[in-house]
Design a binder for this molecule. Structure first.
Ligand SMILES: [Zn+2]
Length: 438
């Protein structure tokens, strides 16, 4: 049975054309996807148990043998954390001679370094090529990718994905939006791959100077709120598809389909778990790399909060979907209003007229009660009371549970209005801060 699975995986996933892979992906029974994954998981565990110092030590300490591990739960409390990767020497994780290294920066501490082989980058790009194809990218299209290059992985994987689809691609690092705008017509780019804030800047130029025919826009690398997405789509008259990924996950881990109901994840390269889910299914994302042999990661704590979406996607693809990321685990604040994430306030504040993008929400304490304080900058001469009304209305309509907790006295709402420019934070500004005493 297992030998058959390997044959399937090798014939369909590693070899063959991308259109064939996508067609096959649509008729694949979900049960078979699961079996391919669990087979991949057991192989990855056995491999890392022999070749990776870090993981073999963890197994030894837990008194486990790799052959006993059949499912992620069998590993109990064994995880790989961002702190492990950042703090330990690469030799702890490397299982074979690497051919490439990428870095990822966090909000604290030094960079995390993740090593790859060329074959692994190609395989990761195969998934990205498949979702590009499913979303309509075809030979003859011309893509420009402006993900930051340098030690970041995403622009390289996008380049390799376009190569697999025989699509013209300029992966040019992150030039200014004006530099790319000036070349849109010259190089006839009709597909743009970029991070959300850069896309908004490019769109602002196009709004003033005119837009060009664009077929598809892919955005990733940051969260993109609906008002930004709507704006970019309106300027280019093209759909914006969102992706999710990281260097540790090998670039793209998931991307939306045309239905845009969550990210279809790369279940052939990656096995996802949701750790300690709440009643709605939200918990911390944990990922095991199934096919990587240079620096496999077994049960890596991604620290992002998300959940699996139930049911089959209307697009028909049996590949599971993750909901949009709610926030980082370390950004979650547990308080009288419930479990608060930055995403909640992005949704509440995103379309409030006259509000600058420099807002912050703080959780304070007054006596024995929590206070949820909105710190907002007023622009365009909108009055403070009109803005407060708009925020209260959005909170009530979009998060009735959060609103109800306020009505029954679990916390109090407060507003502080500041002059424009007074709420400027660092590059990774914190949207939601917990200022209650220890
Ligand atoms: Zn779908």
């Amino acid at each position: 049975m297992i030998a058959d699975l390997r044959q399937i995986v090798e014939r369909r996933l590693i070899g063959g054309s991308i259109p064939r892979l996508v067609r096959w992906g649509k008729v694949l029974p979900p049960g078979l996807v699961r079996r391919i994954q669990m087979d991949g998981f057991r192989r990855a565990v056995r491999y890392a148990g022999v070749h990776q110092k870090f993981f073999s030590r963890k197994l030894r300490e837990a008194g486990l043998r790799a052959e006993q591990v059949r499912r992620p739960e069998d590993l109990g409390g064994i995880f790989t954390t961002p702190e492990d990767i950042r703090g330990l020497p690469a030799e702890e994780f490397l299982c074979r001679e690497p051919q490439a290294v990428f870095e990822t920066t966090g909000t604290s501490g030094g960079p995390k370094r993740v090593y790859f082989g060329y074959d692994e980058l190609d395989f990761a790009a195969r998934y990205e090529a498949a979702v590009f194809y499913e979303n309509g990218l075809r030979t003859g299209d011309r893509a420009v990718c402006t993900f930051d290059a340098g030690y970041w992985i995403s622009s390289w994987v996008t380049f390799l994905a376009c190569k697999q689809l025989d699509v013209f691609c300029s992966a040019v690092g992150k030039p200014t939006p004006q530099e790319v705008y000036d070349r849109l017509s010259l190089y006839r780019y009709n597909v743009i791959v970029a991070d959300p804030t850069w896309l908004v800047s490019l769109s602002e130029i196009a709004e003033k100077q005119g837009s060009f025919p664009v077929k598809l826009i892919f955005a990733a690398g940051d969260r993109m709120t609906d008002p930004y997405r709507d704006y970019v789509q309106r300027i280019w008259n093209a759909p914006v598809m969102l992706g999710y990924g990281s260097t540790e996950m090998g670039g793209g881990a998931g991307m939306e389909c045309r239905e845009r109901q969550g990210y279809h994840v790369d279940e052939f390269n990656l096995l996802f778990e949701i750790l300690d889910p709440d009643p709605e299914g939200y918990g911390e994302l944990v990922v095991t790399t199934l096919s990587r042999r240079t620096m496999p990661l077994i049960r890596y704590r991604v620290r992002d909060i998300t959940r699996f979406l139930d049911g089959t996607c209307p697009c028909g693809m049996p590949i599971r979907r993750l909901a949009r990321i709610r926030g980082r685990r370390d950004e979650m604040v547990v308080m009288g209003a419930g479990n608060m994430y930055p995403e909640i306030f992005e949704k509440v504040l995103g379309d409030v007229p006259g509000l600058s993008s420099n807002w912050q929400v703080a959780v304070r304490q007054e006596g024995l009660h929590d206070v949820l304080e909105f710190r907002l900058e007023l622009t365009n001469g909108v009055s403070a009371s009109a803005m407060e009304d708009a925020v209260r209305k959005n909170l009530e309509a979009r998060y009735p549970d959060v609103w109800a907790n306020q009505l029954c006295g679990m916390y109090r709402l407060a507003f502080r209005f500041c002059s424009p420019g007074s709420l400027v934070h660092g590059r990774k500004r914190k949207r939601l801060v917990d200022e209650r005493g220890e």
